[in-house]
Design a binder for this molecule. Structure first.
Ligand SMILES: Nc1ncnc2c1ncn2[C@@H]1O[C@H](COP(=O)(O)OP(=O)(O)OP(=O)(O)O)[C@@H](O)[C@H]1O
Length: 663
């Protein structure tokens, strides 16, 4: 990843002159600032910021928004925290703090020198504040995000004068699939500037990327790379994730740098297009669960580097895996020209949702056709069928993949709040509004995708406002102000029949046509023909490397169950089952299922619990169920409602069970 030197030749004098010129005439002589800094100052001005002014309506996330961002980025945050603590040790007593921000520049976590943290808090260098260039002008976090590069911004290089007491270094953090996840930053008092800080922050970002990679790909095929053999297995190594038929499915920044590859190589290139090796021979020698031996590899230009292939437990055995290559062998096919993110690579997010069901395949195929077109997508389907997951996949597979994906649940907030949340508000626009105002989720989605979940629940007055935004592609914050241009791809979802909502007068017809560029109905789980493959994939994801499976009895019960909660319910059931499995158990039996599901399986299949227990493993389970019922009745002194509650089943079901056993 490139490092941007903003002002290699910057001196206090030159910066002062530049700032004067900038304030007086709004133009800059070329030799005053490094090109990167000049471009960033220009962007800052285009955002309407004045160097000597207070940023207008600088946003600060509400506690709920911060909590949501933390939940959304929990994997990043959990891997970043130990690294941040380590960095904090290195900069102890240096008037500095370590900060983690998300791709929108929202600070997620900060820790460091208490004295400095106080001053930093005064310029809002604290969790919830947003440090994108749009709101704070040139600053290490925002500029690293804008340029996708490691950046130092020192003193008066900051666009806003009130930030000139800071010196900051920031490095982007990228996930194994090449997605920008956030930024790691060290900010301190300008006088405490230390030239090693940039190296420190860059190493910290690499450590986090390494951890993220290991946690995601340990169960699969990983090729470790380093210029020196001793470097293999250290946090400085390059890492590639490979599919069993040789596609590069993941890479860390170090690997991309070692191989001279762009991020777009991930998911679109086979290893043999990068290294001079016989993938088949390499894999044939591999054994699941074993690390390979270091070996010298050659790039296509003949230069050497060291590599080691580690084979995770989920990889099928070597030769047999290779005997069945994927249907398309693209080794001899030229890499398709790429605009933005891959629209049709074999490993993209939409393709990953295809587990073999025809209706899903049709939905994926149709969505793919409009990925790069300004056509609003309307996702319909029962609750829990994966509409949000599908929406995210269209974003990740489309040309806006490296821009924000902003999700708003129209049913989750009261009308007044959702209006502010969506359209933003100016400072003091309404009682309880944050003093600084907020840009609103529509503006946050600028350049990316806006996902409006439960659009069918949007109150009518807001539907009118939304319609205006969609027609004019401009948003006016609550409390007035200048309209701001917005450009986003719209994806909406609803579990209601939107056409029927229109007919009932609860949804505007004109808005219906706007949001319904292409409507796709995702199948309910009971309609899907790929339940087995879905379960298999989910178990692999929940317990990587454990090779879990359903017993024949549970698989049969699952196949006939109605799954009212769809995939959401299935994920929860499997998660519970995994938690109840013993360390050495690999087969999910009825006894590993949550009680209420056993109960529902009984009612939905019309079989009694004892009968199911007999099918499910003999009389043990039946006796156990009988004992549970007796115990619940005893401990609740015969109160049936209380006993049913303790058993986690409905009162009616308990009545029925008692009748069945003649009780
Ligand atoms: N293909 C999938 N593989 C694994 N998990 C999935 C898949 N699709 C959905 N899920 C999981 O199922 C749950 C529900 O998914 P999601 O929120 O996308 O459904 P939804 O249709 O938007 O639901 P609602 O209408 O209630 O908002 C989530 O926990 C999600 O992670």
């Amino acid at each position: 990843m490139p490092t941007m030197s903003l002002t290699p030749r910057s001196s206090a004098d030159r910066l002062r002159t530049a700032r004067r010129q900038w304030l007086d005439s709004g133009v800059l002589s070329d030799d005053l600032l490094a090109p990167g800094l000049q471009a960033s100052w220009q962007r800052s001005r285009q955002h309407g910021l004045l160097p000597d002014g207070r940023a207008p309506g600088t946003p600060h996330a509400s506690a709920a928004q911060l909590a949501r961002a933390l939940a959304h980025r929990r994997t990043l945050v959990s891997h970043a925290k130990p690294v941040m603590a380590f960095l904090n040790e290195q900069i102890r007593d240096s008037d500095s703090i370590v900060v983690l921000a998300d791709p929108q520049g929202m600070l997620l976590h900060a820790l460091g020198d208490l004295g400095f943290a106080d001053r930093a808090a005064r310029v809002a260098l604290r969790p919830g504040a947003i440090w994108s260039e749009q709101w704070r002008g040139t600053n290490a976090i925002g500029t690293a995000l804008a340029d996708g590069a490691t950046v130092v911004v020192h003193g008066a290089e900051h666009y806003l004068e009130r930030n000139a007491f800071l010196t900051c270094a920031a490095a982007p953090i990228v996930d194994p699939a090449g997605q920008l996840l956030g930024v790691l930053d060290i900010s301190g008092d300008r006088r405490a500037h230390h030239r090693h800080t940039l190296g420190l922050v860059r190493s910290g970002a690499r450590m986090i990327e390494h951890q993220l990679f290991e946690s995601r790909h340990a169960a699969g095929l990983q090729l470790r790379l380093h210029a020196q053999v001793e470097g293999l297995g250290t946090v400085t190594e390059g890492l590639l994730a490979l599919s069993e038929d040789g596609w590069i499915t993941g890479a860390n920044t170090a690997a991309l740098e070692l191989l001279g590859l762009p991020r777009s190589a991930i998911g679109t290139l086979r290893l043999e297009r990068v290294l001079d090796l016989d993938m088949a021979a390499l894999l044939a020698a591999a054994r699941p669960g074993l690390n390979g031996a270091p070996r010298e590899l050659r790039r296509l230009d003949g230069s050497a580097l060291w590599g080691r292939l580690d084979v995770g437990r989920t990889v099928r055995a070597g030769p047999s895996a290779l005997a069945a290559p994927r249907a398309v062998d693209i080794a001899a096919t030229p890499v398709p020209p790429r605009r933005g993110a891959p629209v049709s690579s074999p490993m993209d997010a939409l393709a990953a949702l295809d587990r073999g069901d025809g209706a899903m395949q049709a939905a994926i195929e149709r969505a793919r056709r409009v990925l790069d077109k300004p056509i609003a997508l309307l996702l319909q389907g029962e609750s829990g069928v994966g509409k949000e997951v599908f929406a995210r996949a269209t974003h990740r597979s489309g040309p806006r993949a490296d821009r924000p994906f902003v999700a708003v649940n129209c049913a989750a907030l009261p009308e007044t709040l959702i209006e502010a949340e969506l359209f933003g508000y100016r400072a003091g626009a309404y009682t309880g509004a944050s003093r600084d105002g907020a840009p609103g989720r529509i503006r946050e989605a600028h350049g990316g995708t806006l996902f409006l979940d439960e659009i069918g629940d949007m109150p009518l007055p807001m539907q009118a406002r939304l319609l205006r935004v969609l027609q004019e592609r401009q948003v006016v914050p609550l409390g007035g102000g200048k309209p701001v241009d917005v450009d986003f791809r719209l994806v909406c979802a609803t579990h209601r029949k939107l056409r029927a909502e229109v007919e009932a007068g609860r949804f505007r017809e004109d808005l219906y046509y706007r949001v319904n560029g292409l409507a796709l109905t995702l199948p309910s789980l009971r309609e899907r023909g790929d339940l087995d493959a879905l379960v298999e994939a989910m178990l692999r994801e929940l317990e990587p490397g454990r090779e879990l499976a359903l017993s024949a009895d549970v698989a049969a019960a699952f196949a006939t169950y109605r799954w009212p909660g769809n995939i959401r319910q299935l994920v929860n059931v499997l998660r519970t089952a995994c938690a109840l499995l013993g360390e050495h158990e690999h087969r999910i039996e009825r006894s590993h299922l949550p009680e209420d599901l056993i109960d529902e399986l009984v009612s939905s299949t019309g079989t009694s619990l004892p009968a199911l227990a007999v099918e499910g493993g003999g009389s043990d389970l039946r006796q156990q169920a009988e004992r549970c019922i007796t115990e619940a009745l005893r401990s609740s002194a015969g109160n049936l409602s209380e006993a049913a509650r303790r058993l986690g089943i409905s009162r009616n079901t308990l009545y029925r069970k008692l009748r069945e056993r003649g009780g």
